[in-house]
Design a protein around this ligand. Structure first.
Ligand SMILES: NC(=O)C1=CN([C@@H]2O[C@H](COP(=O)(O)OP(=O)(O)OC[C@H]3O[C@@H](n4cnc5c(N)ncnc54)[C@H](O)[C@@H]3O)[C@@H](O)[C@H]2O)C=CC1
Ligand SMILES: O=C(O)[C@@H]1CCC=N1
Length: 275
């Protein structure tokens, strides 16, 4: 994608806002379009970051070559309907659990489609993002997707089979790390995350890279961010992090609690695929 093309963000919530804030720095505010059916949230981004608001989904799709879907999995179908058959676009979904297969079935397998999982450390440019692509994504479009997420942190391309596991470790992980910060030493936290990532099937180098970036990003954001507010924002309603955090209720701030939180988040990602 040339620097002249536009990126549209659908959903101006926790993640949509974090992506917008950082994309303006690399892309320029006049090339970022935003839409949320909650007009207050959309207006807030327009005001704060001088990005362009539009009045509807169709409008956004027509204005942009790359479309980022940042709504909750439970709300995604309305958005997918508008993208049906739009093979002239690059569609990027960051919805937890939603598979390329499901998304492609709804918008058409010829539509270039990226499943990505960033994390809220994107707010301070320290996201750890994973990307998987469907067969319609051409090489330059892979580069575009990588550039979008490199503007908010680090990027790895992974097999889609590992995406739910990645979502648990790196997507929800920041909330678990923040929650345990004062009660478990960071070496122990790291060891548990790496152990769970290996059990999910990541190779050792990838597991360590992903965990180290996620921990460093979380430490960075918490220097200037209230911990409880941060945890709440990572917890999308009905999502993977919420499911993980429940593990601590019975297991408390223990190693076993953290392992179970990571596994429960991964299981919830699998359930979201079926809604
Ligand atoms: N919060 C996080 O740390 C992360 C979230 N995600 C994913 O990002 C997505 C969004 O999560 P959050 O930002 O936490 O949720 P959120 O609830 O804060 O934001 C979602 C926004 O989408 C809007 N929306 C709903 N239906 C819409 C429609 N048809 N058109 C336009 N806007 C619509 C809502 O009004 C809301 O403002 C989810 O799919 C989640 O799995 C991914 C990585 C990390
Ligand atoms: O809790 C959730 O469902 C989202 C996905 C990863 C982080 N937040």
């Amino acid at each position: 994608m040339s620097h002249h093309s536009a990126v549209g963000i659908i959903g101006c919530g926790n993640m949509g806002a974090a992506l917008t804030e950082n994309l303006v720095k690399s892309w320029g505010a006049d090339r970022i379009f935003v839409f949320d059916n909650d007009t207050q949230k959309q207006n807030a981004l327009e005001r704060h970051f001088r990005v362009r608001g539009v009045s509807g989904l169709d409008d956004l799709v027509d204005s942009c070559e790359t479309i980022i879907i940042a709504v909750k999995p439970q709300d995604i179908d309305t958005v997918l309907d508008v993208l049906k058959g739009r093979w002239d676009k690059l569609v990027v979904s960051i919805a937890a659990g939603m598979t390329l297969r499901y998304l492609s079935a709804r918008i058409g397998s010829r539509v270039p489609l990226v499943r990505a999982m960033p994390n809220l450390n994107a707010v301070v440019g320290a996201s750890m993002t994973a990307i998987s692509c469907n067969g319609a994504v051409a090489e330059p479009q892979k580069e575009t997707a990588a550039r979008v997420f490199e503007s908010v942190g680090s990027v790895v391309f992974i097999k889609e089979e590992l995406m739910n596991a990645f979502t648990a470790v790196a997507g929800s992980g920041p909330a678990f790390i923040a929650y345990l910060m004062d009660d478990m030493d960071s070496e122990t936290v790291r060891d548990i995350f790496v152990k769970e990532a290996l059990a999910f099937g990541f190779d050792p180098a990838a597991a360590e890279f992903i965990v180290d970036k996620t921990m460093a990003g979380t430490q960075k954001i918490l220097q200037n961010f209230d911990r409880d507010i941060f945890i709440k924002r990572v917890c999308s309603k009905g999502g993977t992090t919420e499911a993980g955090m429940e593990a601590f209720v019975t297991r408390h701030k223990t190693a076993e609690g953290l392992s179970e939180a990571i596994r429960a988040a991964c299981r919830r990602a699998g359930e979201l695929a079926k809604i």
